[in-house]
Design a protein around this ligand. Structure first.
Ligand SMILES: C[C@@](CO)(OP(=O)(O)O)[C@H](O)COP(=O)(O)OP(=O)(O)OC[C@H]1O[C@@H](n2ccc(N)nc2=O)[C@H](O)[C@@H]1O
Ligand SMILES: Nc1ncnc2c1ncn2[C@@H]1O[C@H](COP(=O)(O)OP(=O)(O)O)[C@@H](O)[C@H]1O
Length: 277
């Protein structure tokens, strides 16, 4: 008995920091989508228990007890699962790879058991991004990540994701914020085209970007490389960085932009993928 689940990259198309709780966690207002690039998690109940990590980004990620896939298995009381994680997303990069892996593990275990998924809000103990990753569809994320609302259908659009090869500590970025009382997302009008989506996003922000850019100056070069590509409608940082996305209307244009950036910057991680609906 085994099953495999896709763990798509989480992208914060907009991320406003609107306050701070007494426990230090930040209140967010974020438009979150998922991209057609990600890790894979394979779970088996009838094999030697443990975690095996492979894939191009597997180096440097320990298969230790605190790995989010093992924490997710323990959350469901299935610590004796055999799990293989194929890591394609860069670690600590603002696209929620660990949270996506945890959510994929929860989905895989529930599928194997033939049971229902846990209430997403209860999974926030695994990480603030895990509830959103468990739903895996475009949504508005508030609270510290546990308040999730559906958003009107987004138009078809493509992303080019670029990471300069530098990992970022999420707590360090939150600590470096100069303001924590910013306004929330503006109301979202009907968005029919990718250009409409870019127009709306241009009225939004990623409030973590200035702090992240101070810590990782190469984020500026990543944004400039995306903005310089033909067809790039808008470029922004995702999450606490350092991964940035460029928004494109056409898949072929996005693929061409990704190829050009990869050629010019061999040390960067680059991927082109559609926004999942
Ligand atoms: C910033 C975001 C935006 O989606 O994305 P990433 O950059 O991680 O992808 C998330 O809120 C990150 O979620 P996640 O990575 O699951 O965070 P957690 O493990 O729960 O928290 C890591 C640390 O970040 C800080 N933190 C996290 C979430 C939040 N709303 N406020 C915070 O202040 C806290 O210092 C916490 O100890
Ligand atoms: N399966 C996993 N994949 C990635 N990171 C993990 C995993 N399990 C634990 N971690 C830890 O979680 C931290 C955040 O990783 P990640 O989710 O990739 O960050 P981000 O949300 O910023 O993209 C890292 O410091 C990493 O060591």
């Amino acid at each position: 008995m085994a099953t495999e689940e896709f763990a798509p990259a989480k992208i914060n198309l907009a991320l406003h920091v609107t306050g701070r709780r007494a426990d230090g966690y930040h209140l967010l207002d974020s438009l979150v989508v998922f991209a057609g690039v990600g890790d894979s998690v394979r779970v088996a109940f009838d094999a030697e228990p443990g975690l095996t990590i492979d894939g191009p980004m597997g180096n440097g990620l320990a298969a230790s007890d605190d790995n989010l896939v093992l924490r997710a298995a323990r959350f469901l009381g299935e610590e004796n699962s055999a799990i293989t994680l194929t890591k394609r997303l860069p670690v600590a990069s603002g696209i929620g790879g660990g949270s996506a892996d945890a959510a994929a593990t929860l989905r895989a275990i529930c599928r194997l058991r033939g049971g229902t998924l846990p209430d997403p809000a209860t999974t926030a103990v695994l990480g603030a991004d895990v509830p959103a990753c468990l739903i895996g569809k475009p949504l508005r994320m508030r609270g510290i990540g546990e308040v999730l609302d559906a958003v009107p259908a987004l138009p078809p659009a493509h992303l080019v994701l670029v990471n300069p090869g530098v990992s970022v500590s999420t707590p360090d970025v939150f600590r470096a914020l100069e303001r924590r009382d910013n306004p929330g997302l503006p109301p979202m009008p009907a968005l029919k085209t990718a250009a409409d989506l870019a127009g709306y996003l241009s009225t939004c922000r990623n409030d973590l970007e200035p702090a992240a850019r101070k810590l990782i100056p190469s984020i500026g070069a990543v944004l400039a490389a995306l903005e310089a590509r033909p067809g790039c409608l808008l470029a922004r940082m995702s999450g606490s960085g350092a991964t940035c996305f460029g928004l494109f209307a056409e898949g072929l244009t996005a693929t061409a932009a990704a190829a050009a950036i990869e050629q010019a910057h061999p040390g960067w991680w680059v991927a082109a993928a559609p926004i999942l609906s």
